[in-house]
Design a protein around this ligand. Structure first.
Ligand code: F6P
Length: 519
């Protein structure tokens, strides 16, 4: 007999059965054009303000009764209970026996009674003082963040997003891939005496990061660089390993910060150097506002909850297997990649928190490019392809440049795409037929600032938490990345020796070609 589920299975709840019925009766036939015609208040019903983010959910294939049932589903699945457990600092990452407290990193001084709060602020103060010192150091012109996954995507995404707040006179580089082409291309542009390397790794064992860090240090020394203490800093929970590596300038964080939730910790040092201590504090403050909203707003007016439940509706009832992220702001160009890790590493699971097989689908595939580029590439499929893919538009009302015509056109395109997906153009048959009735969500920020970016990212973290809680998943582990790491280690040895014993014939055939210089 298998072990019992410690959480209700979402598809065994009364709300799920009611949702299934509602979907068969209304959801699967819902026509957005009719829905807007019949209900002049649809936009108001399905849109809402949350800290720094206005969201319009009205162009999704959902009706008020389904949304009400989704709220019941959330309650039956204990979403509020799990949320409160996270904010209480309970050990909710059960497979690693860890609390989940990235929210504490953005809690203002004195606001939390959590025993780790004092340490969080002492580390933050030290890291921001260091960031200011580097900013004031004109001799340092290049900052290179060496890290991968959460130790790269968050900082890189944020530094690009906050481009208009970045200190002039310093360049920021992000090296993640073990592919030496990446590091070599960056090193070619650097001088050791004007470079600061930040080795960002929660574990300080990730092979890509350690390989890049070792090569960076070798390059630094080969170029006559001497003062490792001045030119290298480590951001890690494993300060001892960083010291052993020879880095004495270290900023720590804690095992209760997941890699993909770590840009708020010392992993965010590149963001702080780029934008300054007060901007970094604003980033944290914006995220904290979203935390408060998520922790306290009733589910019906709780944006992370509404989005997370919409994700469940789209995935499990409509059967949409992917979601396209369309930021209509080029500074958000790494946001799709950031969200991919956030959602797919958190909820890309086939078992629940008890290790029992899920009986319904979990995370969709996320993908996307900034608008309007995507329009001239894959929007064809979104409008006329055989699959329906919900699109998430993210737009910013006021730009940070002074080319007004551009922004008007950009926003017009974002609105027009959402409109075209919904309305279609059904009156011309054949190749020119647009079926329409294709769902989208529209997120709107007033300006792209540290605070609004913080809120936007926290919104997504919590939304992933909501869908994960409904599915009964532990959203905070990532065992699925381990097997590849182990096999790569084995194959790396075989590439050197040419030993193919015990390998499948495909891997062996490829390895022979790669290992044999004459093949
Ligand atoms: O392999 C996946 C992963 O563990 C991610 O979760 C993490 O963000 C990334 O690797 C990098 O890990 P680290 O920060 O420990 O180098």
């Amino acid at each position: 007999m298998s072990a019992p589920h410690s959480r209700p299975q979402c598809d065994q709840t009364a709300a799920w059965s009611a949702l299934r019925e509602q979907f068969e009766r209304i959801g699967c036939k819902l026509d957005l054009r009719d829905a807007f015609r019949r209900d002049p208040g649809r936009f108001e019903t399905f849109s809402q303000e949350a800290p720094h983010v206005f969201a319009d959910l009205s162009k999704n294939l959902i009706d008020t009764q389904s949304e009400a049932l989704l709220m019941e589903l959330a309650r039956e699945c204990g979403v509020e209970y799990h949320r409160d457990a996270m904010f209480a600092g309970n050990v909710i990452n059960n497979t690693e026996q860890r609390a989940v407290k990235h929210w504490l990193l953005r809690s203002p001084k004195g606001a939390s009674a959590d025993p780790d709060a004092v340490l969080v602020h002492a580390t933050l103060d030290a890291m921001l003082a260091y960031a200011e010192q580097v900013r004031a150091d004109a001799a340092i012109t290049d900052v290179v963040n060496i890290g991968i996954g959460g130790s790269d995507l968050g900082p890189q995404m944020a530094v690009l997003a906050l481009d208009s707040f970045v200190l002039p006179g310093k360049r920021f580089h992000f090296v993640s891939n073990v592919d030496g082409h990446e590091l070599a291309a960056v090193l070619r542009t650097l001088r050791p005496q004007s470079t600061l390397f930040l080795v960002a790794s929660k574990t300080f064992t990730t092979i890509e990061t350690m390989t890049n860090a070792r090569s960076a240090r070798a390059w630094f020394e080969a170029q006559g660089g001497r003062d490792v203490a001045r030119h290298f800093a480590a951001l890690t929970t494993n300060v001892a390993a960083a010291r052993e590596f020879g880095i004495t300038t270290t900023f720590g964080f804690w095992d209760w910060v997941g890699g993909r939730y770590s840009m708020w910790s010392s992993i965010g040092l590149s963001i702080a150097i780029a934008t300054g201590a007060s901007a970094f504090r604003e980033l944290l403050a914006g995220a904290h506002e979203m935390d408060r909203h998520f922790a306290s707003a009733p589910l019906e007016r709780n944006l992370p909850a509404r989005l997370g439940l919409l994700d469940v509706w789209n995935r499990n009832f409509h059967g949409f297997a992917s979601r396209s992220i369309a930021p209509y702001h080029s500074a958000l160009r790494r946001l799709p990649a950031y969200l991919q890790q956030l959602e797919m590493e958190s909820n890309g699971k086939r078992v629940d928190a008890d290790g029992l097989a899920l009986t319904q689908a979990s995370a969709p595939v996320l993908w996307g490019e900034p608008g309007t580029n995507g329009q001239h590439a894959y929007f064809q499929l979104l409008h006329q392809g055989t699959d329906r893919v919900p699109v998430e538009f993210i737009a910013v009302k006021t730009p940070s440049h002074s080319l007004p015509k551009h922004h008007e056109l950009l926003l017009a395109n974002a609105l027009a795409q959402a409109q075209a997906l919904m309305q279609g153009k059904p009156d011309e048959g054949g190749h020119k037929d647009f079926p329409g009735n294709r769902p989208s969500t529209f997120l709107l920020l007033d300006r792209l600032t540290p605070a609004s970016l913080g809120a936007l990212v926290a919104l997504h973290e919590h939304r992933v938490f909501v869908s994960g809680s409904v599915w009964g998943i532990n959203s905070f582990d990532q065992w699925g990345v381990e097997l590849g790491k182990v096999l790569a280690k084995d194959i790396a040895g075989r590439l050197a020796s040419g030993d193919v014993a015990g390998l499948d014939t495909s891997t062996a055939g490829l390895l022979r070609r790669l290992a044999d210089p004459s093949a």
